[in-house]
Design a protein around this ligand. Structure first.
Ligand code: PMP
Length: 429
């Protein structure tokens, strides 16, 4: 048997990089097998080291919303790079980007650019704590907000007990202020505020969750959260790193009609280069250094090349009909896969919102982490690898949402569904 280039690269990578990857999910640990090493990407496709083409449904985990290597984005990056890679001093392009974000997300009056979603949420938490003078934070099980210490935490053993670290190296002391509640559970949230509302600095939530597969929040859940935060003087943080500019132009806050106090953004706003942001009212944001006492900084924050990619992407997604087409593509995929599974008699369902989708090996979409974990993960793994063989790259774990781009045409989606029909037939056999 010949060894594939992907196998060779994986073996080589593991010698100098832990697990062979620079971000854990890329390693295929959950699904098994050899990760594909990507050599190039264009539109809805990428190619691996053995020159096999895949229809890509991760889109760099969200950023590639206009499709890979969009000519206008590439040109903007090339032009910016030719003018210099980084200055460590302000540029007009950063003002343009801030103005664009404030225009598109009305709850944001002022915004600070950073280089990763982790920095955005970590800084938003610090601001919430600094502004309220409180320590406790509320998060929801299954929501991922980056890898800051106080957010790497799972629920404690009893209701309303503080959490346990989910990573080695995170001291208990760092998570002892983090209360972890169930997603979509209004009663738990009400109880938490009834018991300790005056100590809660903030609630942080993915208003459309994409890190425990796709799970949509119920409107009642987000409305209760907004009302409780207002009543008790806590800061409501929407982590829209994934769902911002993904579920709609104005993000989940536009879809649900709820105004958070702070918003974290990332992924799409960098168009594939490292840009993320956090922002909110001018009153809150003025508590940031250099004006206020909450410190945060970054050598490459607002990097001119990254901002050029992000700004061009933000322009492209405002073209008329962009989100209608994107949503139609995700829905065509979700509906087509569901129908193909039903034909084959495989228990499966799918959901989509904007350009995001979820695939579930369960009869109905999950509403929280526990329900998501109850899905048939073994079946997902078989499905994943069979689709990979067919040239379709879904997220390599049952816990992840999927993404379409504006380049996922009807023909591309239909090719995917045809492949899935063959795979579901095998699964049923
Ligand atoms: N928040 C959410 C909702 C995310 O999905 C992610 C990344 N998947 C992050 C924060 C962290 O962003 P980054 O990986 O850029 O640090």
């Amino acid at each position: 048997m010949t060894i594939s280039n992907n196998d060779k690269l994986f073996a080589r990578a593991q010698k100098t990089t832990p697990g062979g990857v620079n971000s854990p999910v890329r390693a295929f640990r959950s699904v098994g097998g050899t990760p594909r090493f990507i050599t190039r990407a264009e539109g809805p496709y990428f190619w691996d080291a053995d020159d096999k083409r895949y229809i890509d449904y991760i889109g760099s985990w969200g950023p590639a919303i206009v499709g890979h290597a969009h000519p206008e984005v590439v040109q903007a990056v090339q032009q910016a790079a030719a003018r210099g890679l980084s200055f460590g001093a302000p540029t007009e392009a950063e003002i343009d980007m801030a103005e664009e974000i404030c225009k598109l997300v009305p709850s944001i009056e002022q915004v600070r650019l950073v280089s990763s979603g982790t920095e955005a949420t970590m800084s938003a938490l610090r601001l919430a704590r600094g502004a309220t003078g409180r320590d406790k934070i509320v998060k929801f099980e299954g929501c991922y907000h980056g890898h800051a210490d106080s957010l790497l935490v799972k629920a404690g053993s009893g209701l309303l007990t503080f959490g346990n670290p989910t990573s080695a190296g995170v001291p208990e002391d760092f998570v002892k202020h983090t209360l972890v509640l169930d997603y979509n559970n209004v009663e738990q949230l009400e109880n938490a505020f009834a018991e300790m509302g005056d100590q809660i600095a903030c609630v942080i939530v993915e208003p459309v969750a994409g890190n425990m597969n796709l799970i949509q929040a119920s409107p009642a859940f987000l409305q209760a959260m907004r009302a409780l935060c207002t009543k008790h003087g806590a800061v409501l943080i929407f982590d829209e790193v994934m769902c911002g500019f993904r579920v709609a132009l104005g993000g989940a806050q536009h879809v649900y009609g709820i105004k958070p106090d702070l918003t974290a953004l990332g992924k799409v706003i960098g168009g594939g280069l490292p840009v993320a942001a956090f922002g909110g009212s001018a009153a809150l944001m003025s508590k940031m250094a250099p004006l206020g006492a909450v410190y945060q900084a970054g050598t490459l924050s607002g990097n001119p090349v990254a901002v050029a990619a992000g700004m061009t992407t933000l322009k492209l997604i405002q073209q008329p009909g962009f989100y209608e087409q994107l949503s139609a593509a995700a829905k065509r995929l979700a509906d087509g896969l569901t129908a193909a599974a039903r034909e084959a008699g495989v228990t499966f369902c799918a959901d989509a919102i904007g350009g995001m989708f979820g695939l579930y090996f369960s009869a109905t979409p999950p509403r929280n982490y526990a329900e998501m974990m109850a899905g048939d993960r073994e079946r997902f793994n078989v499905f994943f690898h069979a689709m990979l063989d067919e040239g379709v790259y879904f997220a390599p774990a049952a816990f992840e949402a999927g993404f379409v781009s504006a380049q996922h045409s009807d023909a591309v989606i239909d090719e995917t569904i045809a492949a899935a029909r063959r795979v579901f037939a095998k699964l049923a056999a």
